[in-house]
Each structure stands twice: as C-alpha cells, then as structure tokens.
Design a binder for this molecule. Structure first.
Ligand SMILES: *Cc1c(COP(=O)(O)O)cnc(C)c1O
Length: 756
C-alpha cells in the first residue's frame, strides 16, 4: 500500500468512525431503530429500553445497554428474526411514532403554556446550562455521581417541559473510573477509553462540512476543542473534546478524565468548560438569555462574557471597562452551589492561576493580576486566600441558590462574609430543592400501574399533587405489593448474577462462588445503602455495633438483608479502608447470604436498587448532605426512606397518615455544629466518632429494631400483605412523587431563577 493510500484508508476509517454510521443498514421494518438510537429519548420513552433489549438481550448486556453497539453487534439472523416478527415490528413502529410526536414543535408543552416563561426563554434566546458532568445514561458515561445525575435529569425535564435550553459540557475520553474490588476487599480503578464512534454523538460541522473548533489559551498556548452534539430529547448537549491532532499531546488530555487529574488538570478543564463553552455557543450562533452555572466548575464563563464586552466584540456594543462589563454579565448569569462545606469548593493557588491562564488573560480584561485574584476571594483583600470558583461565581451572578431549603440556609451562613453588611438571614442566597426525572427512575411495572390508576398523562402532570392523591387512592394494597415483590425478585436475581460473576472474576473458591446462587431472599426485609464512600456519609455507622447488626441480619423469623454499592475517590485512602471493612465483614459466613456489595455503582445499578428495595438508608453527618436525590428515586417507586433529617428529607419526611418513612437521629434539623466545624471534623479523622455519631448509631438501630422490622413483618392480612407497610408505601408515592421530581425543579428554575 502506498503511503497516501494508507493515509486515505486511515482518514476514511476516521471519518467513518467519527460519523459513526452503524456499520450496516437495518432491514426496513427495523430501520427506525437507527434513528431512535441517536437520541437519548429512547432511554426514558415508554417501552424504549425494552425495545432495544428485546432485539437481542444477550448482546444488549454485552453492549452495556448501548444501542449503537447493539445494532452493530447483533447477528444477522437475530436481526432478521425480529424484522419478521409482527409483534416486535409493531413495537418499533409505536416507539418511533411516539418519538416523532415528541419531537414535533408543540404549543402544548408547559413552557409554551406558561406566559412568563414563554416570554423570557425562547428558541432564539434559550437558557444555557453549564456543568462538568452529565448522567444521561450509562451508555454515555460522563458522570461520577449525584451532580451528574441531577444535570442529566435537568436536561430531560427541560426537554419534556418544552423549555428552550442548550447544555455545555466536556467529552471525557476515559470518563470516570470503573470500580473493581480485589479479593482482599481493596478498590481498584480502571479506565476504559470511549471512542466517540461508540457513543450516540454527532460531530458539529460548519456549513462547508469541516468540524468546528474553538480555542482557548492556556499554559501559554492555544488549545483547540472540537464539539460533539448529544441529543437529549429536544435538548442539545454540546461536549467539548480536546483529543484532536491540532493539539500538543499534553493538551489532548485536557478532556482526558473526569475528576481524575491534579489541580492543574482541573483548572485547565474548567477553562475549557467555561471559556471554551461560551466560544462554542458563539460559533453555533446561540444567544442565551441566561447562563446557568451548575456548580462552580464553569465560573470562568463569566469572565469570558466580560472579556467580550471589554474588547467590544459584541455586535452593537461599544467597548467598556471591566466594572461595567461585569455588571452587565451579572444580569445574565445565575449560579447553583452544591457544596455545603467550604473545603469542598474548588480553589486554586494564585501561582497556578498565573501559570495556566497567563498574563494576557487579565490584560485583556483590563485589570491587574491582583484585581483578578480578588474576584475569586471571599474577602477580596485577604492575600492568603486562594482563588475560589464559588466566590467567583457568587460575585459574578445575579442569583445564587442552594439545592434544598436547608442547604440554602447553610449556604447563607457559609458565604455570609461576602456580604459584610448583611445578617445571615438577609444573605441573598435562595434555594431550589432537587428532584429526579420520573420516567428515568420509575420501574416499568410501577409506570404501568401509574398509567392505569393515575392516568396516561401521569408523567406530564407529575407536579399535580391532587392528581397523585386521587390516583394513589385507587391503587389496591394487593396490586402494589404484588408488583413490589416482583421487583424484589428481580433484585435478588440481579444480586446473585452480579455476585456470581464478581466472585468468578476474583477467582474465589468454587463453594463461595456457588453460594451466590442462593443468596438473598425476596421475602426478607431489604435495605439499600448506595452512595459515594466519603467520611460524611458515615458508612461505618451501621457497622458500629456488629453484634447488634448481626442479630438483625440473622434473625431466622424476621431477617434483614442489606445491599451496598458505592465508589471511593481514588485518592481517598480512608474511604477505601471503610470499603475494605465492609468487604471483609460481609464475607463472614453468618452474614454472607444476606449482605452484598455490588461493585461499580452506576446509573444502572442505581436503577435496580431504587426500584426494588423496601428501605433506603441515608445517614449523613448533618448538615453535609446538600440535598441527595437517590432517596427521591426510591420514594417514587414506593420504597421507604430511613434517613437522618438532612438535605431534601427535611422537606420530604411526613409523619401524617401513617407516615412516609423514618427519621434517624434528632428530630430537629438544626446542626449542632456549623458547616465549617463539620468540615473540620470530616478532615480530622475517619474513625473519629463524635457524640452525634454515637447518638445517631443508637437511633439507627432502634428505628430498625422497633419500627422498621415490626412494621414489615407484623400485621399481615390473609394474603400475606403487610397492610401498615403498604399504607406507608402509598404515602411515600403520593407525598414524594409530586414534590421531588425534576419537572417541578426545572419549573422552579425557569420561573424563579431564569425568568426572574
Ligand atoms: C441518584 C444517584 C446519585 C445521587 O445519590 P445521593 O447519594 O442521593 O446524592 C449518585 N449516583 C448515582 C449513580 C445515582 O443514580
């Protein structure tokens, strides 16, 4: 092969890969699957997931639920079998019709019907949403945890509500790490490369067909990014990607890993997200009415908007000085903080800022380096303070909000010193409580029940409380319990399957491996605990009295079983030790059939757990849980929360009419310690058990022993239905679903924050 021919082949391969056509053309009756696989709507559209799965369940599992892989890998014979199956053809046609209808411009959406929103946020001037991570679906693994899931749910609800919004993020070539636990119980991190051709992304091109590039100067040179577009229903998500030949090798790694690098990697990533993100929107001719900074990572965007004004780049605007420019920028930007401790906020040492941004950055803004540093400080004159992204965001945005009422309060006290003249209660930080995207998180069996009892439009009017009250009253005890039990049987099968394979992978003994086939019992009270392994989440609270815990688990007549999952930050050795303790503890022959740790917590595992457990446990150290959302997913599925009164649960917990869950620890939600002291405690020692830890552990055991276990096992009717328990399940659904969903959340943002 000649050199040019070789290059052409590569180029062809490359363009083929980047255009990521599926390698084959599908038989006519299934052709719509190709189109459906290009928009993540399939993942929450009715029957969408099942239509792809049923094409070939085995390949679907191997493809990790990625429709593109599925369509590429499914065998010709299987494809033709399904292409000649009238029932399947019909399902594909229905799904495609629902998708086409969904994508039609409509005057009937909530945003089109709500006049202040319709006027303020338009297709010409949409809201622009910036976030460092997005949890849209497992097959687009650009998230690490709660923040990403929340962002994904925000986009899906914006789409469902017809709210004009564009989103900006980064395409991490290696995403977040995959977790494996060694035989000794130690967490190992793995990174798998994700070629964009395997993802449902489209490279954004100019009218001449060339990929568009944006560039940002950092570390003394221009760094270029190409832009990918993911379709999330009606919402475009633009992802910047520096892995291109125009860049030096180091710079290709700017978008290498999510939260994987050092401080320098973090600051250059944030430059690309904020500055590059604004430039991408300009290239795309998107003129946002408002810029939403979801967490401080993207706060550099405010400086880029100011630079445009200072340098007179905006059409019809004369150049102006920085003070005027930033006042103008403030009017366009809003900020959501997610971190209740000062230490959790991103900050950078001044030398690093100097090195990565470079002289020209503040020169172009018309300010000195000292002035520049002041923008990122709580006390601008305090030269010992680092450059903080949260102070920068608060200074530069017209509105700041926390993510639950309590978190709003905590944030007002945390950042009070930025308003020297204001009392805590007058600090202008508000709150919008987080919510979850119901069609993404509800089990298909319950979705079906909601359709029957609440109405086929249950998801469109999910925020309508009266509709829920009326609808849930129509659900019978027997049908709710029956469906829940089926979901628990699915969970048991899932637990056995995952555990068997994990043990095989760890080369465990034959006997131990085989034991996975009989572990867990769908009839036993099942408690889920899945969250990041961080000190404040207090994973070790449950294990603080192993004997007492053992009595709960080993009770022959009223057993309790536990399912755990979660990742520790790769550099957090303390968290890895906690994980190891859990891993060693659950190997105990007396425990092993009733406690399991599922490796590699991700959106799919979360879905399995939140749809099936009886109880969801959450025991954070107050007031460090800004909101939390996993318990909201559980509530929607009829599971019961057993949680410390922190974050969203302060608003969600309701004792009336039999109750919708349990509160662990003190009933008042006031923190004995301020957020900063709590952070201090967090930093001090992982084993450090404060008075509050001891009290909360005692309370946790008592709630379990005296309330949860009896409520589950007692009071069964002649069909074995635990009547009082099911009543709580119903309360959980009717009180939590209409309040803690992301449609309500996005409506709040649109009306109170974006249009405000
Ligand atoms: C919902 C979700 C979270 C958020 O959980 P909280 O512990 O409630 O903050 C994190 N990770 C995954 C995979 C989720 O689905």
């Amino acid at each position: 092969m000649t050199e040019t021919a070789y290059e052409e082949t590569i180029a062809e391969h490359h363009s083929h890969a980047t255009e990521h056509r599926t390698a084959r053309s599908l038989p006519e009756p299934l052709r719509a699957l190709e189109r459906l696989s290009r928009n993540y709507w399939w993942s929450w559209g009715r029957d969408g997931n099942a239509v792809f799965r049923d094409l070939d369940p085995e390949t679907w599992e191997r493809a990790e639920h990625n429709p593109l892989w599925l369509l590429r890998e499914v065998s010709e014979f299987r494809l033709m079998q399904m292409a000649t199956d009238p029932a399947y053809i019909n399902r594909v046609a229905q799904l495609a019709a629902a998708f086409d209808e969904y994508m039609q411009p409509s005057e009937k959406t909530w945003a089109a019907r709500t006049s202040n929103v319709r006027q303020a946020i338009t297709h010409e001037n949409p809201a622009a949403y910036f976030c460092a991570e997005y949890g849209i679906h497992n097959s687009l693994p650009l998230y690490s945890g709660g923040l990403g899931m929340l962002a994904g749910d925000h986009l899906k609800s914006a789409s469902d509500l017809g709210l004009p919004l564009v989103a900006i993020g980064l395409l991490y070539r290696y995403g977040y790490f995959r977790q494996r636990i060694s035989k000794a119980g130690w967490q190992e991190e793995h990174y798998g490369e994700m070629p964009p051709s395997d993802l449902a992304l489209e490279l954004v091109r100019d009218t001449a067909g060339a990929p568009i590039h944006v560039s940002v100067e950092m570390r003394g040179r221009q760094v270029y990014a190409q832009v990918w577009r993911a379709a999330v229903g009606r919402i475009p998500l633009y992802l910047l990607d520096t892995n291109i030949e125009a860049n030096e090798e180091t710079d290709r790694w700017v978008t290498g890993h999510l939260y994987g690098g050092d401080r320098e990697t973090r600051i250059v990533q944030e430059l690309m997200l904020g500055v590059g993100g604004v430039r991408a929107l300009r290239r795309l001719n998107v003129e946002p009415c408002v810029f939403h900074l979801n967490e401080g990572h993207s706060a550099f965007l405010t400086l880029e908007l100011a630079r445009e004004l200072v340098e007179g780049e905006r059409r019809g605007e004369a150049a102006m000085d920085f003070a005027e420019a930033s006042a103008r920028v403030r009017e366009r930007c809003v900020f959501t903080t997610h971190t209740p401790v000062a230490a959790g906020n991103d900050e950078f040492a001044p030398w690093l800022v100097h090195q990565c941004l470079g002289e020209s950055y503040w020169q172009r803004l018309g300010i000195s380096f000292e002035d520049f540093l002041r923008l990122g400080r709580v006390r601008p004159e305090d030269e010992d303070e680092a450059f903080g992204m949260t102070p920068l965001a608060i200074h530069s945005c017209r509105s700041t909000n926390g993510v639950s009422r309590k978190h709003g309060e905590v944030s007002r006290s945390l950042w009070q010193s930025m308003w020297a003249d204001k009392a805590v209660d007058d600090v202008p930080i508000t709150s919008v409580t987080n919510g979850v995207h119901a069609p993404t998180w509800v089990a298909p069996l319950l979705r079906d029940l909601f359709e029957r009892r609440i109405g086929s439009d249950w998801a469109e009017v999910i925020y309508d409380e009266s509709k829920w009250r009326g609808g849930v009253a129509k659900i019978t005890d027997a049908e709710l319990w029956e469906r829940h039990l089926l979901l628990k049987e699915r969970l048991v099968a899932f637990v056995r399957h995952r555990t068997y394979h994990a043990r095989a992978h760890q080369s465990e003994s034959f006997e131990y491996r085989e034991a996975a086939r009989t572990m867990f019992d769908a009839k036993a009270l099942t408690i889920g605990f899945a969250r990041r392994i961080a000190a404040y989440k207090r994973w070790n609270l449950l294990l603080s009295d192993p004997e007492r815990l053992h009595r709960l688990i080993a009770d022959a007549g009223r057993p309790v079983q536990f399912v755990f999952a979660g990742k520790a930050h790769p550099q957090d050795m303390g968290a890895k030790v906690i994980l190891q303790q859990i891993a060693v503890w659950k190997r105990d022959p007396a425990i092993r059939q009733r406690a399991v740790f599922i490796q590699d917590y991700d959106q799919e595992i979360a879905r399995q757990l939140v749809q099936s457990v009886d109880v969801w446990m959450n025991v954070p150290r107050r007031p460090l849980e800004a909101s939390g959302t996993s318990g909201q997913k559980v509530g929607l599925n009829g599971g019961l929360n057993m949680s410390v009164l922190d974050g969203w649960w302060i608003e969600g917990f309701d004792e009336s009419a039999g109750g919708n869950g349990w509160a662990v620890g003190r009933a008042d939600s006031d923190s004995p310690t301020g957020a900063n002291e709590a952070a201090q405690m967090e930093a001090e020692s992982l084993d450090h058990a404060s008075r509050e830890d001891i009290d909360d552990a005692e309370s946790l055991y008592r709630v379990l022993e005296e309330q949860v276990v009896p409520r589950y096992y007692d009071n069964r009717d002649e069909h074995g239905v635990p009547v009082a328990w099911v009543r709580m399940m119903r309360r959980s659904i009717e009180t939590l679903a209409p309040a803690f969903n992301s449609d309500r959340m996005v409506q709040d943002y649109a009306q109170k924050i974006y249009a405000g």
